[in-house]
Design a protein around this ligand. Structure first.
Ligand code: GAR
Length: 207
């Protein structure tokens, strides 16, 4: 199975979905480690599944560049072929990007390029959109600017709060994320090439 490392900062519901999918016999990917930038509650899902965890906290390093290097080292030590940001609330620096070219994806709770950044659900509600959703994208040096790999729409209800809307987004998001990782792992099984194809992969609906 394709070795996958998941990066989290929060509750880890997307991580939990990936762990459940990876536990199915014959799954094309395996979660070989989970790395967080804070002692995230979601790390419990990894511990429960017997998956190694690491915390690389910004506060433990003299500056951002040293943290970027430590994060890249922690991920590289787990030897993944695919890195999945699942609620990881920090920008990815050059060391990790360079170590894993065409191999880092992110899930985001909005229909990019609308509402990038760390308050996507709040921003969408504040803007008054009637439809929002979730996106899985390739990670580049920008803030949620990478190539879109998959998207799903979610209706905004009149009485939605940030919490209720985010919960409905997460329900479709985790299913979509598992679909994308499964599709990439299936494709990668056939070759040693980069996990993310160089050509735009227009498939908006993962298998
Ligand atoms: C997810 O909705 C993810 O898209 C979002 O954080 C949530 C994490 O939930 N990420 C971002 O907003 C990144 N900018 P989880 O910890 O329950 O998986």
């Amino acid at each position: 199975p394709l070795p996958v490392v998941v990066l989290i900062s929060g509750t880890g519901s997307n991580l939990a979905a990936l762990l459940r999918a990876a536990a199915v016999p014959g799954a094309p990917f395996e979660v070989v480690g989970v790395v967080a930038d804070v002692p995230a509650p979601g790390l419990e899902h990894a511990r429960g599944a017997g998956v190694p965890t690491a915390v690389v906290a910004m506060a433990d390093f003299p500056d951002r560049a040293a943290w970027d290097r430590a994060l890249a080292d922690a991920v590289a030590a787990l030897a993944p072929r695919l890195v999945v940001l699942a609620g990881f609330m920090r920008l990815i620096g050059a060391p990790l990007l360079r170590a894993f070219p065409a191999a880092i994806i992110n899930t985001h709770p909005a229909l990019l390029p609308s509402f990038p950044g760390s308050h996507a659900v709040r921003d969408a509600l504040a803007h008054g959109v009637k439809v929002t959703g979730a996106s899985v994208i390739e990670v580049d040096e920008g803030v949620d600017t990478g190539r879109i790999l998959a998207q799903r729409a979610v209706d905004v209800l009149d009485d939605d709060t940030e919490e209720t809307l985010h919960e409905r987004i997460k329900a479709v998001e985790r299913e979509m994320l598992v679909g994308v990782v499964t599709r990439l792992a299936d494709a990668a099984a056939a070759s040693d090439a980069a996990v993310l194809p160089a050509d735009p992969a227009p498939s908006a609906t993962p298998a």
